[in-house]
Design a protein around this ligand. Structure first.
Ligand SMILES: C[S@@+](CC[C@H](N)C(=O)[O-])C[C@H]1O[C@@H](n2cnc3c(N)ncnc32)[C@H](O)[C@@H]1O
Length: 301
């Protein structure tokens, strides 16, 4: 019998994209997409596919209660979950239909691994991704903020890069495409580690990009006592804060950090915490309510 799928649809306010995706991942739901609508970025929709055999009604009925607290944290209420059954042969097609070539900034193009490079984007640097296995398909504002900032760096050629919370590996791969010498990456999610490895291989960067399961300590080990020139870290503000005491072990004194995953109104607190540790953090860009910060040693001009 062909396996059938439940397709879940849920309108997704931007501030819930991360937490909902992570929560679903934590519940074993990994086929999650955010419908990308460049013309109306505030009205995105989360779509997830669940094997019907694993998700009987009793299990599905528990999902709203599992997800509601995430919305409550932001004073929001989730819309009702919409379910539709889908035959096996339809789901992979429907899953893939959500991903289109996606230009970012002036020079980059995120291209689903199964698509040909469209001629109109032939002059762009192509990040080939197999979306879905880990966070970081490039559609999230925080990923885009980082990609746009990486694109503007003059100091990338030859740089050694540390990618903390690498997700799909997208940021490190973008840095390599623009001349970085090497990337050391770490993520606490084993699916992310696998996705980063796979995506690096698809782009021909298996030698230049090393990735391991773990957090900042593992990253410091990978760097072998030589902190990087550029630190990329797109994780939620409280996690960045918790990891920050170890930043000096992964970022050289004259290096630059790009931090995202923070909401703009979380910036002042994070800046204060980082200042206490001798860092100068500046909010340099934002998209909807998400911010991007640069990070430098306070005593370096
Ligand atoms: C918002 S995603 C960013 C992914 C990718 N770097 C991007 O910019 O699209 C954050 C990633 O950080 C990972 N993560 C969360 N907490 C972490 C920690 N303490 N140390 C390392 N990685 C962590 C998550 O598993 C997730 O893959």
């Amino acid at each position: 019998m062909a396996l059938s799928w439940w397709r879940l649809e849920l309108p997704c306010p931007p501030e819930l994209e991360d937490s909902l995706t992570w929560k679903l991942n934590g519940l074993g739901i990994h086929r999650v997409a955010l419908q990308h609508r460049p013309e109306a970025p505030e009205q995105r929709q989360l779509v997830a596919w669940l094997p019907a055999a694993d998700w009987p009604a009793a299990e599905r009925n528990q999902l709203p209660a599992a997800l509601a607290p995430l919305a409550a944290t932001f004073g929001l209420e989730l819309a009702p979950l919409a379910w539709r059954e889908q035959a096996d042969e339809d789901w992979s097609l429907s899953w893939k239909q959500h991903w289109q070539p996606d230009p970012v900034g002036q020079r980059l193009l995120i291209l689903p691994a199964w698509l040909e490079l469209p001629p109109e984007h032939a002059d762009r640097l192509v990040i080939r991704m197999d979306p879905g296995s880990a966070f970081g398909t490039g559609s999230h504002p925080t990923t885009r903020l980082c990609l746009e900032a990486i694109e503007q760096l003059q100091t990338l050629p030859g740089a050694r890069v540390a990618d903390l919370g690498c997700g799909s590996g997208i940021l490190g791969i973008a840095a390599l495409l623009q001349g970085a010498r090497s990337v050391a990456a770490a993520d606490t999610d084993s699916l992310a580690v696998r996705a980063t490895r796979d995506n690096a291989a698809v782009s021909g960067f298996s030698q230049q990009l090393q990735v391991e399961l773990g957090s900042v300590e593992r990253l410091a080990e990978l760097l072998d006592g030589r902190p990087a020139d550029l630190l990329l870290c797109n994780i939620l503000a409280p996690v960045i804060e918790a990891l920050s005491p170890a930043f000096a072990s992964v970022l050289a004194p004259d290096g630059l950090g790009l931090l995202s995953g923070l909401l703009v109104d979380q910036a002042p607190r994070l800046q204060a915490v980082l200042a206490e540790q001798g860092w100068r953090a500046e909010l340099t860009a934002q998209q909807s309510q998400w911010g991007l910060m640069t990070l430098r040693r306070a005593d370096v001009a």
